[in-house]
Design a protein around this ligand. Structure first.
Ligand code: KIV
Length: 255
């Protein structure tokens, strides 16, 4: 799909009020289960670092890691849009971004996601789109900057910060992004951005005014019990079920 086709499809969905349900996947069985469940978008997120690889944050995730997991996810996805994250420092320049994004597209991604909406980052988006690579922007809390920021802080709380985010969102749309993830953005600011854009916003911890929602699947399914962000409600208990099955197995083996 070309960037223009994806943008048109996404804008049409938004215009029809069809909300977008998105989750992350990092492996074949999860991707296949989510695709068969009817998810609209599946993201090979760099949250992979924490919930699969046991790293403290996303800053140690490499392009090779995302390529490896995108290949596995691609094998399980037939109908959802497959996004893959460009890891930190793989899109510092438009040339670097094009080379990195091509690896993700060759691994099976339909589009790539990158963090930020500064003029330099919009230049990167423009470069990808002009190379035929569809892009999702990611604004608000930028997990690849968690170390400088000193934590996962809510964005858009002051009128100035809300204005900055709106400006960045409009700039990413003008640069050719087909959708925008808004992470931990104040609900009112997320609502204003959603109203101002033609392309959909996908919120995570940003209230219900967005055009869609995304969560880390491990948070939704209760598969990572050691940490879950306060905005993510677990609707399952995968960790509990796994430990129950393991305990039953241990009992049966040691009987
Ligand atoms: O890496 C990720 O899983 C993400 C989502 C939280 C949006 O970027």
């Amino acid at each position: 799909m070309t960037p223009a086709d994806l943008t048109a499809a996404m804008a049409a969905r938004k215009a029809q009020g069809q909300r977008i349900a998105a989750l992350t996947a990092y492996d074949y069985p999860t991707a296949r289960l989510l695709d068969e469940a009817g998810l609209d978008v599946i993201l090979v997120g760099d949250s992979l670092g924490m919930v699969v690889l046991g790293l403290p944050n996303t800053t140690e995730v490499t392009l090779d890691m995302i390529v490896h997991h995108t290949r596995a996810v691609r094998r399980g996805v037939q109908r959802a849009l497959l996004l893959a994250d460009l890891p930190i420092h793989t899109y510092d320049t438009p040339e670097m971004a094009r080379a990195s994004a091509r690896c993700l597209i060759e691994a099976g991604a339909d589009a790539v996601k990158l963090e930020g909406g500064t003029p330099a980052q919009c230049e990167v988006i423009r470069g990808l789109v002009s190379a035929g690579i569809p892009v999702s922007a990611h604004l608000g809390m930028l997990p690849q900057h968690v170390i400088e920021e000193g934590g996962y802080r809510r964005k858009g709380k002051t009128p100035e910060d809300a204005d900055r985010l709106l400006h960045e969102a409009l700039a990413t749309e003008a640069a050719g992004a087909s959708l925008v993830v808004l992470e931990i953005v104040e609900k009112a600011a997320a609502g204003s951005i959603t109203a101002a854009l033609r392309i959909p916003t996908i919120g995570i911890g940003s209230g219900d005014a967005c055009d869609g929602q995304i969560l880390v699947t491990h948070d939704l399914t209760g598969a990572f019990p050691w940490f879950r962000p306060p905005f993510a409600k677990a609707l399952g208990d995968v960790a509990g079920e796994m430990q129950k099955a393991a305990a039953a197995y241990i009992g049966a083996v040691r009987r």
